[in-house]
Write a protein that binds this ligand. Structure first.
Ligand code: G6P
Length: 365
């Protein structure tokens, strides 16, 4: 067991640190910078992507937050209508020609019962289906028209970490493929996106090198009553994921909000006992979010920001620097939230790799 953990005390910390490698595998052989395009091993029928009307992503848990990130990428990069639904809430509505709706099941394990049942419903109604998964030979790969592997390598910790990053990056590649095929994404814009994707393993490594700094913050705030996470745009799903990670493994109360919603309710809960962790990067309207964060701070809350270079954040209680990566900066910021959750839970002596009541893959509806 110790050997399998490669010197780490927990699989979760090992898997957090594997992210640069996982992302390199996700990208490997798929980027063609000259053409400003990608090579994915998915062969959609001739003309299918051009005639596509809508993409629906279905998923649960961390995969659901990765899907929220991806839906925004699909809309912005590929200019195609994209929606996200929690698998257990999903009902297929494909209009007059269901085949022109592509339903994507995003599932690390490929075995989540809610996601399988959602994809069956869509396929039964005549939609085209695609699996985005980490697991070769999993059930979802047998139930969908096509499969795209995220190639993150095996993930043992119940709390998903490296697979979140690899899911978002795989779906970013798919967004480029669709945008190029439909003619909605220029060669120059595709190249910029692909170049940003290629910087991600290095950017994530820079965050991992700051782990000591995150541990200090975890020590300072570990006894707080509740933790709030806020973000806008691509930072919003990351705020939700940050809160999920912390509650799953530390058993502390944590909640994520759209930063603009703080003033519409959650601010009533804010006190010295509720640190607010914010995504203040490119791709997340950092300069607007910083105002929401300082409103919470004015009411006593410790303010912790993951920030891009150049953002004015002098008044914050704690800042974590995020390397430049445009719309992928919130994805990089998420690594700080993973480390924070890990260290808060570890300081409390929690069962990090196997949190109480949770399972890695939930095969009942
Ligand atoms: C379980 C796991 C979560 C995971 C979710 C979806 O609840 O504990 O970590 O995000 O299932 O799993 P999937 O394999 O479908 O991505």
């Amino acid at each position: 067991d110790a050997a399998e953990k490669g010197g780490y005390e927990h699989y979760m910390r090992k898997e957090i640190h594997e992210q640069p490698t996982a992302l390199r595998q996700t990208l490997s052989g798929r980027i063609d910078l000259d053409r400003g395009d990608v090579d994915l091993d998915v062969d959609f029928p001739q003309g299918y992507l051009e005639s596509l009307e809508e993409i629906q992503l279905v998923s649960c848990g961390t995969s659901y937050y990765a899907s929220q990130y991806a839906a925004r990428l699909l809309e912005e990069i590929a200019d195609v209508r994209a929606s996200v639904e929690i698998a257990s809430e999903y009902e297929f509505d494909g209009g007059r020609d269901p085949w022109r709706t592509l339903v994507i099941a995003v599932t690390q394990s490929g075995e989540t019962a809610d996601t399988l049942s959602a994809i069956r419903r869509a396929a039964g109604a005549g939609a085209r289906t695609l699996a985005v998964t980490n697991t070769l030979g999993s059930s979802v790969t047998r139930e969908t028209n096509d499969t795209l592997f995220i190639r993150a390598g095996p993930e043992i910790g119940v709390a998903a970490t490296k697979t979140f990053a690899s899911q978002v990056v795989t779906l970013a590649l798919l967004s480029v493929a669709i945008g190029r095929e439909r003619g909605t994404l220029s060669t120059a814009n595709a190249r910029t996106l692909l170049e940003n994707l290629r910087t991600l393993p290095g950017a994530v490594q820079q965050v991992l090198d700051e782990e000591e700094h995150v541990l200090e913050a975890a020590r300072e705030y570990q006894d707080s009553e509740s933790f709030f996470f806020v973000g806008r745009r691509y930072g919003y799903p990351v705020a939700l994921e940050g809160a999920l990670k912390l509650k799953e493994i530390s058993y502390d109360h944590a909640e994520g909000f759209a930063a603009g919603e703080l003033k519409h309710g959650p601010l009533a809960l804010v006190s010295e006992q509720t640190p607010v962790l914010a995504v203040l990067t490119a791709g997340s309207d950092g300069s607007e979010t910083v105002n929401n964060l300082t409103e919470a701070q004015a009411r006593g809350a410790p303010a912790i920001g993951t920030v891009s270079d150049g953002l004015e954040t002098k008044s914050l209680d704690w800042t974590f620097e995020v390397p430049e990566a445009d719309v992928f900066e919130p994805l990089v910021a998420n690594v700080y939230f993973q480390l924070f959750a890990y260290h808060v839970a570890n300081l409390k002596g929690r069962s990090i790799d196997k949190p109480r009541n949770l399972a890695k893959s939930v095969t009942v509806e």
